[in-house]
Design a protein around this ligand. Structure first.
Ligand SMILES: NC(=O)CCC(=O)C(=O)O
Length: 284
């Protein structure tokens, strides 16, 4: 059997977000319903979809995600997943762990009956400094997650990362080696690295592993302090961009098909040609 058990429709919601959390949540809910009505089986929201993106905003917007009772966002996502009977990758939101007071950039995934399926805390924090262009240091306020995240669906397994996580091929590689048919990354690249690396990284992770790769960004808001690149996209296992948005709000809906994975893997059989006998000390 293929790693993708049967065809499905994947939707990416490139959401326009603002400063008001309740408005963002209501808007996200409306867009998830719109995607589901268009036939989506799995819906993805962007990184930091309920708040502006910035280290100064994380503490203010953070929620404890232990239960739906402690988190407005948890409750909303769970309810809309159930209402629409879709798998929902709830982008990411700032999380506070009440026992340690540590903050995380966290993604929650819900099943079609509204149960929490997975929780991914961004593993690689976005700390970069490109002189004259962009300096950003998530680690000033956030702590990194300490595990990879793969979740099981009726279609097969999906790996989950958040934005900067895509720069580390090991995550996608490990997920693919463990049988995932796709990597999904809620993300918010910027106007410096977005044009150069966003598509390149998505296509690289896809070609490396011969899996589908989906990146879901917020829409660009030039009134915000951080200008997201947008360009939410789905790439197929051969590295071809199936659909890509521009900067504005929109929904990408794409059919994923196991026959495409099988065909690409048959044509270029790198999955069976690997030389594990000569790859040594990869952890160094
Ligand atoms: N939110 C992020 O992790 C941004 C990552 C990014 O822009 C990059 O270039 O990497």
């Amino acid at each position: 059997m293929s790693i993708l058990r049967r065809p499905l429709k994947l939707a990416l919601v490139q959401l326009a977000t603002g400063a008001d959390k309740s408005t963002n949540l209501a808007h996200a809910k409306a867009k998830v319903i719109e995607a589901a009505e268009a036939g989506a089986n799995i819906v993805v929201l962007p990184e930091c979809f309920n708040s502006p993106y910035g280290t100064n905003f994380f503490p203010q917007y953070a929620e404890s995600l232990s239960t739906r009772e402690t988190s407005q966002t948890f409750g909303t996502l769970s309810a809309v997943a159930k209402e629409t009977a879709t798998y929902l990758v709830g982008g990411s939101i700032p999380e506070i762990d009440p026992t340690t007071s540590k903050l995380y950039n966290t993604s929650l995934v819900f099943s079609p009956n509204g149960d929490l399926l997975a929780k991914h805390r961004k593993v690689h924090l976005f700390d970069i400094d490109i002189p004259g262009k962009i300096k950003f240091k998530e680690s000033e306020v956030l702590s990194p997650g300490d595990k990879m995240t793969v979740f099981e669906t009726e279609y097969g397994k999906i790996g989950l990362g958040i934005c900067y996580d895509i720069r580390f091929p090991e995550l996608a590689m490990t997920a693919a080696r463990n049988g995932c048919f796709a990597m999904v990354y809620p993300g918010a690249f910027n106007m410096t690295t977005g044009p150069l690396h966003w598509s390149l990284l998505a296509r690289s992770r896809a070609v490396d592993n011969q899996i589908y790769v989906a990146l879901c960004s917020p829409a660009r808001d030039l009134n915000a302090t951080y200008h997201a690149w947008g360009h939410s996209m789905v790439v197929d296992p051969n590295g071809e961009v199936l659909e890509e948005l521009d900067a504005e709000e929109g929904i990408v809906i794409v059919n994923l098909d196991h026959r495409r994975i099988d065909e690409v893997r048959r044509g270029i059989p790198v999955t069976t040609q690997r030389r594990f006998d000569i790859y040594k000390n990869v952890a160094e």
